[in-house]
Design a protein around this ligand. Structure first.
Ligand SMILES: NC(=O)c1ccc[n+]([C@@H]2O[C@H](COP(=O)([O-])OP(=O)(O)OC[C@H]3O[C@@H](n4cnc5c(N)ncnc54)[C@H](OP(=O)(O)O)[C@@H]3O)[C@@H](O)[C@H]2O)c1
Length: 308
């Protein structure tokens, strides 16, 4: 399905002025492998459990210029209560992505991650099945970008080696790493190129990853922060309160969520935002964060907020 087809399913507001409104473009682009993506993308973790709403939101995101979706076979992590309530329940985010957007526009990059299972981190020999599961759920023959989402490994070499083999076999175009330290990046780069690193990072949050962000920038690797809006809210979500963020938001006639996204984007052209939301108003707001230009004083104030 091409973008024009997607639009036929959207509200008249979106369809009528789609040509002028591409707020996801405002922050510029970054190349993920062969594909240039707008720096503000969309994370599917917060889609909720109503399939209709999730599909509408994904189509809205694409209509507003999102061409980088971050998803996983194990999202959403929030309640799957639809069956109890009798409505069309969202089983997993990847199903919603396929139902909303397949066949996909050529300019859409869908990033997935493998590693977590209900029994802990997958063994290397289980990764192929997880990649094939993603391919089936998303209705694709090749995955654009697959992160190894690790937890607790001293070395990622064995796991990453399996993904590199799957890349060589044509199942994956680009490889990434998530929840990693610098030594993990170096181990992986011995095996295959790393296109993106996805770690926790935000205002007053995850600043332990400052060096990783800089290293990625120096090497032309995308740095993709997660929990950039919710920060210490982590799995629970919401926008964590901060007085300095609120003050700067008021000065820019913006929301705290927008300031948090704008701050990550100001960290370098290789930083890609993937805010997650189940709310259409929040989606529009997040995509407009690319129009906010934080002053050097704003940045110094936000940089100085102690990190957890
Ligand atoms: N690699 C990993 O280990 C990992 C871990 C977590 C997430 N991720 C990825 O990163 C993406 C981003 O992380 P995330 O979704 O967990 O957290 P996030 O984007 O930092 O924040 C999402 C939370 O903030 C709220 N929110 C978003 N925009 C808002 C706005 N404009 N105003 C008010 N509230 C707003 C959302 O609630 P509403 O729904 O009410 O807007 C939700 O509770 C995920 O979607 C996922 O793709 C990766």
């Amino acid at each position: 399905m091409h973008r024009t087809d997607v639009n036929t399913d959207l509200s008249s507001t979106l369809a009528s002025d789609e040509a002028e409104r591409k707020p996801s473009n405002e922050a510029g682009t970054w190349r993920l492998g062969e594909q240039a993506v707008n720096r503000i993308g969309f994370g599917t973790k917060r889609l909720g459990s109503d399939a209709g709403q999730a599909i509408a939101l994904l189509r809205q995101a694409v209509a507003l210029g999102v061409n980088h979706l971050d998803t996983a076979a194990f999202y959403p992590s929030v309640g799957r209560a639809g069956e109890q309530h009798g409505y069309d329940s969202l089983e997993w985010a990847n199903d919603a992505v396929r139902r909303a957007l397949a066949p996909y526009s050529d300019d859409l990059t869908i990033a997935t991650k493998v590693g977590p299972t209900e029994h802990g981190l997958a063994r290397p020999d289980q990764l192929r099945a997880l990649v094939e599961h993603d391919l089936r759920q998303l209705g694709l023959e090749t995955l654009d970008l697959v992160y190894l989402r690790q937890h607790g490994l001293d070395s990622v070499a064995e796991h990453f080696g399996v993904l590199a083999e799957l890349r060589a076999a044509g199942l994956i175009k680009n490889l990434g790493l998530s929840n990693v330290r610098l030594e993990h990046l170096a181990q992986a780069q011995e095996i295959a190129p790393v296109t993106a690193v996805q770690n926790r990072y935000g205002v007053g949050f995850g600043r332990v990853n400052d060096t990783m962000l800089e290293t990625c920038g120096a090497q032309g690797i995308a740095f993709v922060p997660f929990f950039a809006v919710t920060a210490t809210g982590r799995e629970q979500g919401g926008v964590v309160h901060s007085d300095p963020v609120d003050t700067i938001a008021r000065a820019h006639n913006a929301t705290p969520a927008q300031i948090r996204i704008a701050w990550t984007l100001a960290k370098g052209p290789h930083v890609l935002a993937i805010p997650g939301t189940g709310n259409p108003t929040h989606l529009t707001e997040n995509l407009a964060a690319g129009t906010i230009h934080l002053s050097p004083t704003d940045l110094t104030t936000l940089d100085a907020i102690p990190s957890e």
